[in-house]
Design a protein around this ligand. Structure first.
Ligand SMILES: CC(C)(COP(=O)(O)OP(=O)(O)OC[C@H]1O[C@@H](n2cnc3c(N)ncnc32)[C@H](O)[C@@H]1OP(=O)(O)O)[C@@H](O)C(=O)NCCC(=O)NCCS
Length: 256
């Protein structure tokens, strides 16, 4: 399929029909236990123009939208979105990405990753701080999951690879289950991916990776050493290492 040039821009108005279309795409493309309620994202869109660098909770959150340049006002033309934040003194954190069915395999996902990296570089520039990496999580299907789920996983990991992401092999990142209001559902094991930015890939040895994983627990989930999910993620003897993202797509084991 031929599409016109894709434009990517930041949403500043939760009531804008394009932002609402992103909400629908978000709920259609991600399983309930993989996502936070959309209205949390709406709230951060609404506060975006009022936050200055280093203020509020310190995170600079962005919802970026993509559409063919002649359809940027057409909700049916929304091609995709990405949502994430710069976490000061840590790195960029890409929370969610989704591409509409009709717009897949056209490079939209890759384009959204790329623009998100640029956004994180701008944010860290605003703070006068380096940007060591951008990190994201993704839920690998259970070994016995239907083939369709494994196909989606393979597509994701190929996209991550195309976007320069590396897989943190050797870590199941145990996160709370957002599908239950009180977060008492079974924790969800996630795989982690890193795009090195100002730090070289070689700098991410096992110790540095453990520090990054610990940082993700404390900065994002408020889990400190000694808490159940933290200790389950980083058991004694854990030796994480970076691998090509595509290799994560092949791993049919885990499911621990
Ligand atoms: C995963 C997803 C974001 C990919 O978006 P996309 O715009 O289609 O990705 P791109 O066009 O940039 O594709 C980049 C590469 O990823 C791989 N890829 C993407 N979709 C694929 C698929 N269905 N099957 C196999 N490989 C696929 C290809 O290698 C592709 O490059 P190529 O087409 O040149 O071979 C999209 O399929 C999606 O929204 N899925 C549902 C939501 C989701 O899984 N989000 C990710 C949560 S972490």
């Amino acid at each position: 399929m031929q599409v016109n040039k894709i434009v990517v821009w930041e949403a500043f108005d939760a009531a804008d029909p394009m932002t609402r279309a992103a909400g629908r795409l978000y709920e259609q493309t991600l399983a309930a236990d993989e996502r936070i309620p959309w209205y949390w994202i709406e709230k951060s869109v609404e506060s975006r123009t009022k936050t200055k660098p280093g203020k509020a909770d310190g995170w600079t959150k962005h919802l970026l939208l993509a559409a063919p340049e002649d359809r940027a006002d057409d909700p049916a033309g929304l091609a995709g979105y990405v949502y994430g934040a710069l976490i000061p003194n840590f790195g960029g954190y890409l929370c969610y990405i989704g591409v509409a069915d009709w717009a897949r395999r056209l490079g939209v996902g890759t384009r959204l990753f790329d623009q998100f990296y640029r956004q994180m570089s701008v944010d860290s520039g605003e703070l006068g701080a380096p940007l060591p990496f951008v990190i994201w999580e993704s839920h690998r299907p259970a070994p016995a999951a239907p083939a369709a789920e494994w196909d989606i996983w393979a597509a994701r990991t190929k996209l991550f690879d195309r976007a320069g992401g590396l897989w943190v092999e050797g870590v199941d990142f145990w996160s709370p289950n957002f599908a239950s209001d009180d977060e008492t559902g079974d924790p969800v094991p996630l795989q982690l991916f890193i795009k090195p930015m100002n730090e070289s890939a070689g700098a991410f040895d096992a110790d540095r990776l453990k520090q990054v994983v610990a940082g993700l627990h404390s900065e994002v989930y408020r889990n400190e050493p000694g808490s159940e999910l933290f200790e389950r993620t980083l058991p004694e003897g854990c030796q994480p290492r970076l691998q090509p993202a595509k290799l994560a797509g092949l791993a049919h084991k885990s499911g621990k």
